[in-house]
Design a protein around this ligand. Structure first.
Ligand SMILES: *[C@@H]1O[C@H](CO)[C@@H](O)[C@H](O)[C@H]1NC(C)=O
Ligand SMILES: *[C@@H]1O[C@H](CO)[C@@H](O)[C@H](O)[C@H]1NC(C)=O
Ligand SMILES: *[C@@H]1O[C@H](CO)[C@@H](O)[C@H](O)[C@H]1NC(C)=O
Ligand SMILES: *[C@@H]1O[C@H](CO)[C@@H](O)[C@H](O)[C@H]1NC(C)=O
Length: 143
């Protein structure tokens, strides 16, 4: 089948766009930066500083397993804004338990255009309520 010139140009533009997206999509972001995922760091502030997030950004939660000096951290995905505001984890999904944040950390790919509400538990939502260990991210499609 013969391809017209303008048809070919369209394919070229599509190809370039997809290539550029593939480059943009490679972001990997460590939650909290060098602080990692820990009690007492303001993750709401961190999320504001690190916005905007984009679709297919990869968040990495890095935290030590429980020790005498630190409580058990975890990563929950909360279903609604209200559960997030209240630190109510009763309907939340456990993404990573107390030991899954060690080493290279635990990865979450933000692959949908929706708000992602994250929090840590630590027993009765202690990490979330008193430790500021919660934030949300809304990944945007690339332009
Ligand atoms: C955390 O940061 C947010 C955004 O900067 C701010 O509004 C909030 O007061 C801070 N919380 C605490 C406990 O400092
Ligand atoms: C941690 O707790 C264990 C058992 O309770 C104890 O043997 C150990 O000495 C403690 N470590 C520190 C650094 O306090
Ligand atoms: C937490 O959420 C559940 C389910 O949405 C609800 O039944 C429960 O009353 C909430 N707990 C508190 C303390 O608000
Ligand atoms: C956390 O999950 C991993 C992988 O599923 C499992 O091997 C480990 O025992 C769990 N740790 C705790 C503290 O539940």
């Amino acid at each position: 089948m013969k391809m017209g010139r303008s048809h070919g140009a369209k394919w070229f533009i599509l190809f370039m766009t997809v290539s550029l997206l593939a480059v943009c999509q490679a972001r990997t972001i460590v939650v909290g930066g060098s602080e990692g995922w820990r009690f007492g760091f303001n993750y709401t502030d961190w999320a504001i500083q690190n916005s905007p997030f984009y679709i297919n950004d990869k968040l990495v939660f890095k935290y030590d397993p429980p020790s005498n000096s630190s409580s058990a951290y975890s990563v929950y995905l909360l279903p609604y804004l209200w559960s997030f505001v209240d630190c109510n984890l009763s309907d939340a999904d456990l993404l990573a338990n107390a030991t899954q944040g060690s080493g290279e950390g635990f990865e979450v790919v933000l692959d949908q255009w929706k708000p992602y509400y994250f929090a840590s538990d630590g027993g009765n939502s202690y990490n979330c309520k008193d430790g500021l260990m919660k934030f949300f991210a809304v990944p945007w499609p690339h332009q």
